[in-house]
Design a protein. Structure first.
Length: 280
């Protein structure tokens, strides 16, 4: 009988956040695949977990994933843990999960702490719809592409950042997205946890004079749909009504339908567009 992969969430700072089920699973499995065994041994020692560990991280994920697959094929149960939080979120765990499904190996999750969700609920911003961007890409071209996508994003945006990159990231966000509400959460669940609710420009000024320390979750307010509509209308209003009509008619759209589309673009009714065209 084949083994199973357990995605076991671990604390993101406070060891008391480990779940009873998580402790039991880590004791019962045959092997624990850890992002960094030197970090995870502290957790295992704290809860007197004697299960052997092996490393599974970004730099060995290809060859080690096959090793873990073979172990599960032979009947071993394996728990995957990251340094902190839920494995598979912004770490190589997602690739192991994909391979397990390809190989027909059962996967289950042991829920627990997750920095992006904890940061979101602490933010005071909308939690109904949100998008997780993890760490911004290091390569400039890829990073700029993501930032451009974020510019008109209406959902709440969640970004991770390390202390030595925080000022640079806040600068990029301010330059690309403009000033908007932001909540910056530091050292979640730890002794010096802080929640800073401010704006991007004020946050940037603050961290230019206050050295960033610890790990950060940045939660950004999404764009208002109303602002996007008004912004779009301004672009259309800079065009004459006749040229606006021609824009659609050149696309093969009939006049009546074109009038309807022009009205929508300008925030006017089809009848109002018709009347204005008569006056011209």
């Amino acid at each position: 009988m084949e083994g199973k992969l357990y995605l076991c969430a671990t604390p993101i700072g406070n060891l008391e956040d480990m779940t009873f089920r998580g402790i039991r699973i880590l004791k019962e499995v045959d092997l624990i695949a850890a992002e960094d065994t030197r970090t995870s041994i502290k957790l295992l020692n704290h809860y007197e977990i004697k299960t052997p560990m092996t490393s599974y991280h970004e730099f060995n994920k290809i060859e080690k994933a096959q090793y873990l697959i073979d172990k599960m094929k032979s009947g071993l149960n394996i728990a995957l843990i990251s340094d902190a939080g839920t494995p598979g979120i912004s770490d190589p765990g997602e690739e192991l999960v994909h391979l397990c499904y390809e190989q027909g190996i059962q996967v289950t999750a042991i829920p627990g702490a997750c920095a992006c969700i904890d940061g979101l609920v602490l933010s005071g911003l909308s939690t109904r719809r949100f998008v997780f961007e993890a760490f911004l890409k290091k390569k400039k071209k890829e990073r700029n592409y993501v930032l451009e996508e974020m510019k008109n994003e209406t959902r709440t945006i969640i970004v991770y950042e390390a202390p030595h990159h925080l000022v640079k990231t806040l600068t990029l966000l301010t330059e690309t997205l403009g000033n908007r509400s932001v909540t910056i959460v530091r050292e979640l669940t730890k002794k010096f946890e802080t929640v800073l609710r401010t704006t991007l420009t004020d946050a940037l000024e603050y961290y230019k004079t206050n050295l960033p320390k610890g790990e950060y979750v940045i939660i950004l307010q999404g764009r208002s749909r109303k602002d996007l509509v008004e912004e779009g209308q301004k672009e259309w209003l800079s065009m004459t009504l006749e040229n606006h009509m021609k824009y659609y008619e050149k696309k093969g759209i009939e006049k009546k339908e074109a009038m309807k589309l022009v009205g929508k673009d300008r925030g006017l009714s089809k009848r109002e567009i018709y009347q204005q065209l008569l006056e011209h």
